[in-house]
Design a protein around this ligand. Sequence first.
Ligand code: 5AD
Ligand code: SF4
Length: 443
Amino acid sequence: MTRKAYIKTYGCQMNEHDTQRMHDMLKEMGYVPAETADEASVILVNTCSVRANPENKVYSFLGTLRPLKARMPDLIVGVAGCVAQQTGETLLDREPLVDFVFGPDNLFRLPEMIEAAKKGERRAWTEWQSWEGPVKEFVPDTWVEQGHVEGSKAYITITKGCNNHCAYCIVPHTRGREVSRSPESILREAHGMIDRGARELWLLGQNVNSYTGGPEYGFYELLDEVSRLDGLLRLRFTSPHPRDWNNRLADLMAERPTICKHLHLPFQAGSDAVLKAMRRRHTLEEYLDKVRYLREKIPAVEISTDLIVGFPGEKEEDFERTLYTLREVRFSQVFPFKYSTRPGTRAASLPDDVSRKEKEDRLARVIALQDKINEEAQEALVGTVQQVLIDGPHPRIPGRWNGRTDGYRSITVVADGLNPGELVDAKVTAARGHWLQADLHRP
Ligand code: 5AD
Ligand code: SF4
């Protein structure tokens, strides 16, 4: 009988990427992916602890596995990711059905961990790896050769961990100090992925633009080299920090066709007082200056962002600066979050003094304003020609193909016989909420 494995993933793209790697390792071990948890003999939960909400979902999901484990005592359950790293042994004590927990640094030991679990060992694998020298090859060589390609897209981790001290953020605790891979290793992985069909590459890091590949070799140099690779159509990266974004990078984005004209640049709050309390190390004006420069160089650039409402001490007039920023920048996408106290962070010692009702209210005001801005922006795109990278056929309607514009808007192209990974020109015919409709454009 074929053995099956099921992975439930919460959190960011880094976690999605780690899940792909776990699937690859499980495949090597002879497991095929299961459609549902109840047909699997190994279940992994890849967790996120960035806010209380995704963390709570992990515990609810584990709760749903209890009857399954009761029926199948041989079922192996592992918990991965940020909650696992932070909770470690305590999670084993709290959840008897869990066989092992492991943090992001121990991912590559998955086969060893499963074997140990099969022998009845219950363990937390949360120790940090250490490397010699300034550049750390934290991606094992075998993975560099076999980097996962999903359709025409592939993700490459260039840094891991984070050296910033944003007061609200748990990531430095769960993912550790920042380390960068060597440019050689990244370029080798990128080459391999393009050879295996990748047309769009994503460079990933918690703070992607603080990448340091050696003396005189930073994020600019890496972006410059990767964006010139033969066969590559699109290059994206996430997430940069505003402090480490600069006009040189904007110039490079402007001049290099493969670098997508989209920047996800989290600003978190519009008030300088709140930015200071958050320890973001920049003012709103500094952020806006960088945005203005980029817009001047690339008028059609799309900028998206993350923000937090209700950080401790945020007054109504502070919050209004956040709304002001939305109106000023006119983001293509906004990911707004209610502040959530994370244990062990600096902000955890501050009184969580914005009421739940007020946070919800502010969140709703952000969403309403952004919906209006987005509706106008989508309407303004009707009649324009957009370059679209095709992801695949529309899941339900034949003769339609889903893809993304250069600026990362979702778009459906009405056409026959396109292929995933194809780059086409499409004329936008209608704006429908969060996606655009278009016809194939042949000048
Ligand atoms: N509370 C609310 N939102 C948070 N984020 C990070 N930590 C917290 C927190 N404690 C948000 C930030 C970040 C995104 C990934 O999650 O906006 O950019
Ligand atoms: Fe969540 Fe942050 Fe961990 Fe990603 S790195 S899974 S966002 S806590």
